[in-house]
Write a new protein. Sequence first.
Length: 170
Amino acid sequence: MPGQWFSKRGEPVFHSAAGPGHHRRLSGFARVLACAFALSGGVALAEEQTFGDYTVHYQAVNSTFLTPEIAEQYDIVRSERRAFLNVAVLRNETDGSTTPVTATLGGVKRNLLQQSETIEFSQVREGEAIYYIGQFDFSEGEVLRFTLEVSPEGHEPAHSIEWTTQLYRN
């Protein structure tokens, strides 16, 4: 399954470009996220949507899941009222493997009162991995609706992704 974050032995992994069944260990930030979810009882899989040759993985994460050291390393503000979106875009290869690609992202967060906030993304590269982090504030138990506009490798038009989630302080 593309985007699997844990092997059958419970080790954090991600499918490599070598194809299905070939895994590489998650490095750095992605490994910390996977372990944080496992320890917190949270969902270990990012949501995903496929658009033609590309799959977009995305998730909203409370910033307190990160250690202070990791948050500082990636310039993430760690606070009970702060969270971030983690987005990765993969090109689906004809042999069944995936390849991380660059993308142009835009994002908006809305609450139930339709108050909105634009989310700015920064790119993170670790070895072969490419992902995007966008930070935002939230209130305890707030229901949030996110809209992402994703253009893989600068392809037009952008693909729109919308989902709703609810965030809580740890």
